[in-house]
Write a protein that binds this ligand. Structure first.
Ligand SMILES: [Zn+2]
Length: 434
């Protein structure tokens, strides 16, 4: 689908398309469109509001859920299920109800729902024995609510379902009150909070360990430092979620005066990549290059060199020491400075298969390739936007578009667009064992 697919349409166009769907489309198998009075009225009176007909709306409602524009956009394309989809391998094609500006949440949930190991971990109740009831703030309530949503999405006895996330949203708000209310939120931030919350609920650490206050010995080799740093991280945070999503970033600070290198290792849940140009098209590797490129810290930013014991001009660079099984890449379309000036709609061309990360690996780290399996898309502007997801079905390999309640097929050729915001890659050859 083209990127203009989600762009605002004038009302007459919306109505026309809608009527076409009503009358002619044999492909409508999921959007139960009942030409009831309430729908007709709402179309005629130009008031497709959630309030007017919530029950119908959740089936036909496909407007952009931005309230500030004062305009409802009805993307009422037919929902097409692949005709070959008859086996139970075609489960998981259910939509999520938008309960008020929750498309950011729905988009992330669908990306996680198509994360095969996570799906199986939740669906087969593997997580139950891992629930942390000692130090987890939610005592398992968040992951249980999340698993319920995933199970409903993959339910075998009900297809064509629109799953309600109200109970999960309630638990998310308890865990992270910033997601209270019905304001549009950032999908990447939400993903971070959600993963952190799920992790906490199945953290293997049962007692909060005393923090280690000593610095890691400078004399250790880089590998030993990385190992020590990782061991320290796992003392506090160790779960099946961490096993899959967390990698380790190496940052190297080099003093330009004495040549001393200071190396630190930090865990990361995703890579937030800058988009190094404002318009046009570029490749994902250019964003990765920009992220890992050596930069010079000078002037007020000058760090203190641990050898010179003085503030020196230094170079700083990043490389990846531990590749996560699931690599989440966040394209910084809303950088802090851009936030108020608009969004970068640059098209970043990313590979579906064989994303080669070798050149970003730290020394002595085995090369690593990734395949794409989900994308969280953001369309519109900073203030008036809509989130959807493109996900590869973990059992059929077919791509689908998830737009709140609607699920439709999409060609793998249409995945790259200026709307791609968060990319989910799985490591090639990484067995997603439970
Ligand atoms: Zn120095």
């Amino acid at each position: 689908m083209s990127s203009s697919y989600y762009k605002s349409r004038i009302r007459s166009e919306i109505s026309r398309k809608y009527i076409l769907d009503l009358s002619t489309s044999p492909k409508v198998t999921r959007t139960a469109i009942s030409p009831s009075n309430s729908i007709a009225n709402s179309l005629n009176s130009n008031s497709l509001s959630r309030r007017s007909s919530e029950r119908e709306n959740h089936r036909i409602r496909d407007y952009s859920d931005d309230d500030s524009s004062g305009e409802r956009v009805l993307n009422s394309y037919a929902t097409i299920r692949p005709s070959e989809c008859t086996s139970q391998k075609c489960l998981g094609l259910n939509g999520l109800k938008n309960i008020g500006n929750t498309c950011f949440m729905n988009s992330v949930i669908q990306c996680l729902s198509n994360t095969r190991w996570l799906l199986e971990y939740l669906k087969k109740d593997g997580y139950m024995k891992d629930i942390n009831t000692s130090i987890s703030s939610m005592k398992g309530a968040l992951i249980k609510a999340f698993a319920e949503v995933i199970k409903e999405l993959w339910s075998e006895d009900a297809s064509d379902r629109v799953v309600n996330t109200a109970s999960l949203k309630g638990q998310i708000q308890r865990f992270a009150p910033r997601f209270m209310g019905y304001a549009q939120q950032d999908a990447q931030e939400f993903l971070r909070y959600l993963l952190e919350g799920l992790h906490e609920d199945v953290n293997r650490v049962q007692e909060k360990p005393k923090p280690i206050l000593t610095e890691i010995d400078e004399k250790l080799s880089d590998n030993e430092k990385a190992q020590e740093s990782w061991t320290r991280y796992l003392r506090m945070d160790n779960s099946r979620i961490v096993d899959h999503f967390v990698g380790q970033l190496k940052s190297t600070l080099k003093c330009t005066h004495c040549g001393h290198c200071s190396v630190t290792f930090d865990p990361f849940w995703d890579l937030s990549l800058p988009i190094p140009q404002r318009t046009g098209q570029l490749r994902l590797s250019q964003c990765l290059d920009s992220f890992t490129r050596e930069e010079t810290l000078d002037g007020d930013e000058k760090p203190t060199c641990s050898k010179c014991k003085e503030r020196r001009r230094c170079t700083k660079s990043f490389s990846i020491h531990k590749f996560p099984k699931i690599l989440v890449i966040h394209l910084k379309r809303f950088s802090p400075t851009e936030r108020f000036r608009g969004k970068l709609n640059v098209t970043v061309d990313f590979p579906m298969e064989g994303l080669d990360m070798s050149q970003y690996a730290a020394d002595n780290v085995s090369p690593c390739r990734y395949n794409l399996y989900a994308i969280s898309n953001h369309s519109g502007t900073t203030y008036s936007g809509h989130y959807t997801a493109y996900c590869r079905h973990p059992y059929t390999g077919h791509w689908h578009e998830y737009n709140d309640s609607r699920v439709s097929s999409i060609s793998s050729k249409s995945l790259v667009s200026g709307e791609a915001y968060v990319l989910f890659y799985e490591q090639e050859g990484a067995k997603s064992h439970l």
